[in-house]
Design a protein around this ligand. Sequence first.
Ligand code: KIV
Length: 284
Amino acid sequence: MAQKTTVPVIRARKGGAPLVMITAYDTPGARIADEGGADVILVGDSVGMVVLGYDDTLHVTLDDMAHHVAAAARARPSALLVADLPWLTYHLGPDDAVRNAATLVRAGAQAVKLEGGRRRVAVVQALVQAEIPVMGHLGLTPQSVHVMGGYRVQGQQADAARGLVDDATALVDAGVFAIVLEGIPAEVARLVTDAVAVPTIGIGAGPWCDGQVLVFHDVLGLEDRVLPRFVRRYASLKADAVAAVAAYAADVRARAFPADAESYHLGDATKAELGLSRTQSRLA
Ligand code: KIV
């Protein structure tokens, strides 16, 4: 079994071989991510959209996250397991944030991720004081969808780009060990990456980050309704799954499933006791 990846190991990868992060929300998903060689598995609040059927991440609760973190942790991945703090679990003050983060740590997370920059400094400091490692998340932060007016690329003007660098620097000073950069121009992600001493992990943030993250269902083509520009699909599992279910349905309807070899049978003595012939394999 590969050695368990820790926060210091990820932190030390700044400027080294690119970090691979992917989301997972349950035990088989975490096993696939781990066996595929991910360095970090993120139990993201994207679970709300790709698994639970919500239109945004704002509906995801702490209980939802704890449930999915525990399921992913049961895979015992060697990758670092990071859990998203969902909306309103860290906005009401540092004490509340620490208590809620502890729930996710007790569910199996090694670190938590939260969205926002300078205004999260006090919360990040409190979490780090409580020995809970924190990953930041800047740029297109989905929990701010209503403030942003939709899922729009951020940091496109010089002021906003400088603001992202300031946010990243403030998060690092507060103690984060890595920062996700989502939905920002590649040049801005490079400015941020060059400005901070911790790894940046991009999604829709170009090639110059210290690592990349994608959503499990996008990578595998389990989610086929939308294809954002930043997603590369490596499989078409939704199409494969639909074809498999259709083939199963056709076999059942044609009585081609189950075959004799896929059925259990009585022994000859019991058949005789029940008045069944030796060759009769199906009750009339
Ligand atoms: O919830 C999530 O999946 C995320 C990633 C997109 C970074 O936050």
